[in-house]
Design a protein around this ligand. Structure first.
Ligand SMILES: *[C@@H]1O[C@H](CO)[C@@H](O)[C@H](O)[C@H]1NC(C)=O
Length: 213
């Protein structure tokens, strides 16, 4: 409205001074135009305010979506847990017998997606809560006794056993376990028993996350 008033005053001033403003220009028509323009500007300002606030809302929505996408991607990555390993990295021979139960450390890592299996200790540590599947295989030569147990946090879950086979023996067992984050799974060779392995990886250990919980 300030512009309108100024033009009005100016034109009135000029018309008094020279009496030329009204002769050349139709002040009323011009004023009407200015009034219309002013109304349109007001409307545009209203629209602009609306658009600007909508833009702020959109920015928030986009940011929320990006955050959600990122956490979904991270969650999806964390779901990828699977490992498989053979006992001996190379060569062939017996492991055991020794006079105490001992954790088997599987050295030939076929896969370790998610890095939950530690090939220095033979221990799998659950990176998240979920249902997991584990399986272990053992091979032994004739005349030896083989016994391997799968343990969760040091407690026996399931075992395999073969007592002095004539030529050789294969045995396996597997289990589905509900694990909490940090639960530890390992296999142990019983005291005074043997397992045999060679490049064919008859003796092995593996597991994977079935689904998170
Ligand atoms: C154990 O598995 C190996 C490899 O497949 C095989 O050669 C052997 O005959 C099996 N032993 C027995 C007793 O079935």
């Amino acid at each position: 409205m300030a512009v309108l008033q100024m033009v009005l005053l100016l034109c009135v001033g000029i018309s008094f001074a020279k009496d030329s403003c009204s002769t050349n220009v139709n002040i009323y028509a011009e004023l009407e135009k200015l009034k219309n323009m002013d109304e349109r500007i007001e409307k545009l300002e209203g629209t602009l305010d609306k658009v600007l606030s909508e833009n702020v809302a959109l920015k928030t929505t986009v940011q929320d979506s990006q955050n959600k996408l990122k956490s979904l991607q991270m969650e999806n990555e964390a779901k990828k847990v699977a490992f498989s390993a053979g006992l001996l990295e190379s060569g062939s021979g017996n492991t055991g017998p020794i006079n105490t139960q001992k954790t088997l450390v599987y050295k030939k890592v076929f896969s370790n997606i998610g890095g939950a299996y530690d090939s220095n200790t033979g221990i799998f540590t659950a990176p998240r809560k979920g249902a997991y599947y584990f399986r272990f295989y053992g091979h032994c030569h004739g005349g030896t006794t083989m016994a391997v147990t799968l343990l969760k946090n040091g407690k026996t879950q399931c075992s395999l056993h073969s007592w002095k086979p004539a030529s050789n023996s294969n045995a396996s067992n597997g289990v589905v376990l509900t694990l909490e984050t940090g639960d530890q799974i390992s296999t142990q060779l019983w005291a005074n028993t043997w397992v045999y392995d060679d490049p064919a990886s008859y003796t092995s250990f593996g597991g994977f996350l079935l689904f998170p919980m």
